[in-house]
Write a protein that binds this ligand. Sequence first.
Ligand SMILES: *[C@@H]1O[C@H](CO)[C@@H](O)[C@H](O)[C@H]1NC(C)=O
Ligand SMILES: *[C@@H]1O[C@H](CO)[C@@H](O)[C@H](O)[C@H]1NC(C)=O
Length: 456
Amino acid sequence: MVSSFALKAVTALLAATPATAFLVGDLQTETHPKMSWQRCTGKGGSSCSNVNGEVVIDSNWRWLHVKSGYTNCYDGNEWNTTACPDNASCSKNCAMEGADYSGTYGVTTSSNALTLKFITKGQYSTNIGSRLYLMKDSSSYEMFKLIGNEFTFDVDMSKLPCGLNGALYFVSMPEKGHGAPGAKYGSGYCDAQCARDLKFVGGEANAEGWEPSSNDANAGVGKKGACCAEMDVWEANSVSTALTPHSCSPEGYSVCTDTSCGGTYSLDRYAGSCDANGCDFNPFRVGVKDFYGKGKTVDTSQKMTVVTQFIGSGSQLTEIKRFYVQGGKVIVNPEPTIPGMTGNSLTQEWCDTEQQVFQEEVYPFNQWGGFSSMSKGMDLGMVLVMSLWDDHYANMLWLDSNYPTDQDPEKPGIARGDCPTSSGVPADVESQSPDAQVIFSNIKFGPVGSTFQQPA
Ligand SMILES: *[C@@H]1O[C@H](CO)[C@@H](O)[C@H](O)[C@H]1NC(C)=O
Ligand SMILES: *[C@@H]1O[C@H](CO)[C@@H](O)[C@H](O)[C@H]1NC(C)=O
């Protein structure tokens, strides 16, 4: 970063904050991009009213520098161990900056739409992907109670090739994030992988024991991980899509350590207490190969509306249903064509059947509570996440190709999409598709039946 600024500017850098968190730099004011959405009542989308929301980028993407200058406290994929030898010193020595959303991160909003660009070449750095949260006000996340409700959005997937994931999902994050500066600076992320690539966990630096990634110049894995239940409404590119609940015990935010975290970032994927795999509904994976993709029934070369219903009452989720709307036509989720599987929606029974038909050795979805855990996670209120990412662990092949790659693609559950098994290598995706992007827009939320005209 620049070192030519006058020292005078530097002394005015800090706002006072409690010792338990991070100081805030004032080189860049934090101004959340505005994004409106609609809350619906009544029937069929007839009575929806605007909500003025805003989005915030996760703290992992932010510049963290020493409070008395421009030296990085975290640079590339490593912590500065002089500034951050341990959590407590790091909190004292370093300041977190506001975000230049469009210039640095390629994030823009326009009324009810959010555009996330994949590669953004800024003045000082090249940014790859992003993760944003919907806020209620400048210091709190919007908390969604999904059970009994329906969540609808439009999405343009046309510029997302193999290896990319334009994701929209919910996690049981805390409403205010953690410590100061809290949700305002996008803190408090957690997911069912018990994320260990976070620079901040529970309001503290994850610096001690941090291992820089061998294949990602911007990431690493820390000792601590942040776990919670995760409802993946939309993990998709222009080739494949998956709808996937991931259970967790406990459901709300919890911190794990080292290998006991399990998930993507740990040696033993199943060592933790969250379901890293999920119970997924991917039309291609259940045999319907002509349903989703460019020129298919749901045509990913065009914008589409995605409707997800969380059927249930009180605090009990019983079923997750999916519809699409495109060109004014409602398209129902397809029935599986793999022998032994029936039903075009997710239920506890559907998940149990999928597990048996795909002959998977482990069933973490049920081990950590299945639908009952998802119900509890949803009852806590969930934060809406919208992100764009590439996959340094499995090249996104679990979404859009044959996976595991060494198994027979004819075996039920192995084929997930048309992408070659050699696709999705982040270095290739980043050099070949710098202009990739996803646009989420027109979010509507309300009781089941309130956001769109459901066919009888
Ligand atoms: C690490 O931070 C210290 C200040 O705490 C600074 O003097 C040093 O130059 C930094 N090291 C690197 C490699 O940036
Ligand atoms: C991390 O640092 C903060 C601030 O000094 C402190 O309050 C907290 O207890 C520390 N946590 C650990 C686990 O050392």
